[in-house]
Ligand binder design. Structure first.
Ligand SMILES: *Cc1c(COP(=O)(O)O)cnc(C)c1O
Length: 389
C-alpha cells in the first residue's frame, strides 16, 4: 500500500494544502479519506519503518504531513495534547538549564514549568517581551531556551517574534513559539526565525472540540529526532483515531477561520462602542497596544476577543451565563462560540496580586468567536449586556 504524496508542488494556496494533504492511501483502494490504523504493532522490517504505535503510526504520519504542508516546514511531530507537545520540548533540557519565558504564558505551561520541571532542576525567569529593553536580559541571564507565545492568553499581547528571534539567533539560543492562538494560517513563527513552532491542535486546527492533540514544527532535523525520541520514550503519542479526527478537521481550518475572524472583528468593533464596555483588546483594532506588530507578522487578527466590562464579578458572571450562543466554557477555537470569565474559571485559583499583575480583572471576559451567523451573535451579546444596566 503506497503513501501517495499529492503535494509535490509548494505553490498551492492554504485551502488547497489543507484539503489535499500530503499523504493518503488512495492508490490501491481509491479511498478519498484515509483509513484509521488502530494497530498497536507492525510487522518487523516493513518498508515504511513502523514498528509500534508509541513511536509512530500511519495516522500520525498523515497528520504530520498535512501540518508540514500547512506550516510550510520540513518536520512535524504530533502528540497527545498541547501539553504533551510542551513536555516533549522541555524534556530535552536538564538540571540547571534556564528557560527565559514571556511572563504571560498559557496557564498550564506555567504550571508545567513551576510545579513539575522545577523539581527536575529546570529553572525559569519571566519577563515582558513587549519591552525591548528586556532583550538585554538574554545576555545577562544566558538562557538555554526562550519561550514565547503570541498572541497571549487572555490579554492578547503581541510579541515581535522576528525581532526577538534575530537577537536570540545571533546568540544561538533556540526560540519556541506557542502558535496556538494564531494558527499557521495567520502566523508562521519558523519563517520569523523561531526554532520550534508548537500548537495545541485541540483548538483551531481540529476546530470541532472533539479531540485533543498537539504538534511541534521545525526545520531542524536534529530537533525532529529529539521530538520523536520524546514521543516514544515519554509515551506522549496521540491515538490514531484522534489524529484521524484532526486530519478531518484541518481540511476546513482556513475556511472556518475566515468566518471566525470576520465575526470576531465585527464583534470587537461592536463591543468597543458599547457603553457597558470599558475596553476591548483585539490585535487588528487600532486601539491594540501592539497593533503595528500584529499587522506586520499576522495575516489576520484571530478569533479571540478580550473585553473588560463595567461590572463586578457576579454581574459579569451572570452576563456570561445569560448568553444563548456563547457557551460559558474553557478552551477555544471550535466552530461554536464560547465565553470565558477568567476571574472565576481559568484563573480562579490565582492569588489576588498575580491576578492584578496579569490584568485579570473581575469584569474581564474572553470570547472565542465561532462560525455562527454574525447577526445572531451580535444580538445575543447586546441582549446580555443589557442585563448590566
Ligand atoms: C490549550 C492550549 C495549550 C494546551 O493544549 P492542550 O491540547 O489543552 O493540552 C497550550 N497553549 C495554548 C496557548 C493553549 O491555548
Amino acid at each position: 500500500m503506497a503513501l501517495v504524496n499529492k503535494n509535490r508542488d509548494a505553490a498551492p494556496g492554504i485551502n488547497t494544502r489543507s484539503i489535499h494533504h500530503g499523504e493518503s492511501f488512495s492508490s490501491e483502494t481509491g479511498t478519498v479519506m484515509p483509513p484509521i490504523f488502530p494497530s498497536a504493532t507492525f510487522a518487523h522490517g516493513n518498508e515504511y519503518g513502523f514498528d509500534y504505535t508509541r513511536s509512530g503510526n500511519p495516522n500520525f504520519r498523515i497528520l504530520e504531513s498535512v501540518l508540514s504542508s500547512v506550516e510550510r516546514c520540513k518536520h512535524v511531530t504530533v502528540f497527545a495534547s498541547g501539553v504533551s507537545a510542551i513536555t516533549s520540548i522541555v524534556s530535552t533540557l536538564g538540571k540547571g538549564d534556564l528557560v527565559l519565558c514571556e511572563e504571560n504564558l498559557y496557564g498550564c505551561t506555567v504550571r508545567l514549568f513551576e510545579e513539575v520541571f522545577r523539581r527536575f532542576g529546570v529553572k525559569t525567569e519571566w519577563i515582558d517581551f513587549t519591552d525591548n529593553s528586556n532583550l538585554e536580559k538574554i545576555d545577562s541571564l544566558r538562557p538555554k531556551m526562550i519561550w514565547l507565545e503570541s498572541p497571549t492568553n487572555p490579554m492578547l499581547k503581541v510579541l515581535d517574534i522576528s525581532e526577538i528571534c534575530s537577537f536570540a539567533n545571533e546568540r544561538a539560543i533556540p526560540v519556541v513559539v506557542d502558535n496556538t492562538f494564531a494558527t499557521p494560517v495567520l502566523q508562521r513563527p519558523l519563517e520569523l526565525g523561531a526554532t520550534l513552532s508548537l500548537c495545541s491542535t485541540t483548538k483551531y486546527i481540529n476546530g470541532h472540540s472533539d479531540a485533543l492533540g498537539g504538534a511541534v514544527c521545525t526545520e531542524d532535523v536534529r530537533w525532529k529526532e529529539q521530538l520523536d525520541f520524546a514521543q516514544k520514550s515519554l509515551g506522549l503519542q496521540p491515538s490514531p483515531f484522534d489524529c484521524w479526527l484532526i486530519t478531518r478537521g484541518i481540511k476546513t481550518m482556513p475556511l472556518r477561520l475566515e468566518r471566525q475572524i470576520a465575526n470576531a472583528l465585527a464583534l470587537a468593533k461592536q463591543l468597543s462602542n458599547h457603553m457597558k464596555v470599558e475596553w476591548v483588546r483585539y490585535p487588528f483594532l487600532a486601539s491594540h497596544p501592539q497593533h503595528e506588530i500584529a499587522l506586520k507578522q499576522m495575516q489576520g487578527g484571530g478569533a479571540i476577543v478580550t473585553a473588560k466590562l463595567k461590572a463586578d464579578q457576579s454581574q459579569t458572571y451572570a452576563m456570561c451565563k445569560s448568553l444563548s450562543y456563547f457557551t460559558m466554557a474553557e478552551s477555544l477555537g471550535g466552530v461554536e462560540s464560547l465565553i470565558c470569565h477568567p476571574a472565576t474559571m481559568t484563573h480562579s485559583s490565582v492569588d489576588r496580586d498575580t491576578k492584578i499583575k496579569l490584568g485579570i480583572d473581575d469584569g474581564l471576559v474572553r470570547l472565542s468567536v465561532g462560525c455562527e451567523d454574525l447577526e445572531d451573535l451580535s444580538i445575543d451579546l447586546n441582549r446580555a449586556l443589557e442585563t448590566l444596566r
